[in-house]
Design a protein around this ligand. Structure first.
Ligand code: TRP
Length: 382
């Protein structure tokens, strides 16, 4: 799937016009560039009008970690020059299971934005926006709610799963049950056709497409495009405990802002092969999280293959193996950590990126809202 996307990306790279500026310069001393212009609020000179539109989003419940990096962040950076890309900080969705702690969501909006910019999401190519500031999304949600049944919402496997893990029982906030509808509003408002997500989000995209088909049928024309979920090869990075998906709530995450010491501590805690007691013992690769991480992050694939062979055979100790992983992660995270620290000293510039991106997005989403109102045959006051 990723290969397919990258193939598509390459085709568009060949067709795209010259980029306005080199990407990655977000961390230079000059003000952060924010895209958009006065003539056309949605113009992105680096990509042509027929480039596919990508939307991804994150709930700002905490700073981002390596699971986010392999899941979507890496691809966002890779695809931003060849696609029209929007990234949504989904704070309204974050409230659906944090209604009693809105402060947590508010604080993390900037943290998440810093993570984006630090990994290389470049506002000259990617429009970063804030969900709760886009009122068209709420209006679309309200219309779409009429095209989905409560029974269908309750059948959504992701929602069922999340209701279980959050222990809601029958006391499910209505906003939570309906968040797939709000997410359908997000996706369609941007007319996104490519939505890179973790595998747990695939049922949400399916539900989006059902809503799209119902609206199109009602309007008797194709008002909205269907979207395709794109799941990266490593869609779900296990946490350092090796048992569950990496997540803040499980306390098994390595953050993109982790210090060298924090990386070292996390790697030392990592689960390997409990049967591998002496260096000379043969060890298991399967289920050995250190190798899972080396596969995900070590650019030297041949060296990792050699390490696997000698671990299996016996003679490679866990300590030496973990030292390599620690170095690999430090090499990945150190520049992100530095850029993040530099950007954190300029909060006004970061907020400016979000403000500009949200302004561009307001224009785009209002446009879609107008089209949907008209397509549904509402009385339009001129
Ligand atoms: N539900 C997504 C998550 O929990 C976040 C999200 C909100 C999203 N709106 C979106 C993802 C639109 C993709 C497209 O990670």
């Amino acid at each position: 799937m990723v290969a397919l996307l990258l193939g598509a990306a390459r085709t568009f790279v060949q067709r795209r016009t010259k980029p306005p500026v080199e990407a990655g310069s977000v961390v230079t001393k000059t003000p952060l560039r924010t895209g958009g212009s006065n003539q056309d609020e949605t113009a992105m000179p680096h990509c042509e009008n027929f480039a596919p539109i990508i939307l991804t989003g994150d709930r700002p419940t905490g700073p981002l970690h390596l699971g986010h990096y392999v899941g979507t962040l890496k691809n966002r950076v890779a695809m931003q020059r060849s696609h029209r890309q929007f990234v949504l900080i989904a704070d309204a969705q974050g409230l659906t299971d944090n209604a009693d702690n809105p402060d947590r969501i508010r604080r993390n909006v900037i943290e998440v934005c810093l993570d984006y910019l630090a990994v290389g999401v470049d506002p000259a190519y990617t429009t970063i926006c804030l969900q709760s500031s886009l009122s068209a999304l709420n209006e679309l949600t309200l219309f779409y709610l009429n095209y989905v049944t409560v029974a269908r919402l309750e059948r959504n496997p992701t929602i069922k799963d999340e209701i279980r893990t959050r222990g809601f029982g029958r006391d499910i906030p209505a906003g939570f049950l309906c968040y797939p509808v709000a997410q359908a509003a997000d996706i369609t408002a941007f007319k996104a056709t490519v939505v890179p997500v973790g595998d747990d989000q695939v049922p949400i995209i399916e539900q989006t497409n059902e809503i799209v088909r119902r609206i199109n049928r009602q309007a008797a024309r194709e008002v909205l495009p269907e979207a395709k979920a794109v799941v990266p090869k490593i869609g779900r990075l296990p946490g350092i405990d090796g048992e569950r998906k990496m997540s803040k709530s499980q306390g098994n995450a390595i953050y993109l802002s982790a210090s060298r010491d924090e990386i070292g501590t996390a790697v030392r805690r990592m689960y390997t092969d409990p049967g591998h007691l002496r260096v000379s013992d043969p060890g298991k690769i399967e289920g050995n999280i250190v190798f899972t991480y080396l596969d995900a992050f070590d650019p030297d694939v041949d060296a990792v293959a050699d390490l696997k062979a000698s671990y299996r055979h016996g003679g490679l100790g866990d300590i030496a193996l973990k030292q390599r992983l620690e170095q690999v992660l430090e090499t990945l995270i150190a520049p992100i950590r530095e850029r993040r620290a530099e950007l954190a000293r300029r909060p006004d510039d970061v907020i400016d990126v979000l403000r500009q991106g949200t302004k561009t997005s307001r224009f785009v989403t209002q446009q879609t809202l107008s089209e949907v109102r008209e397509a549904l045959g509402l009385f339009i006051l001129a």
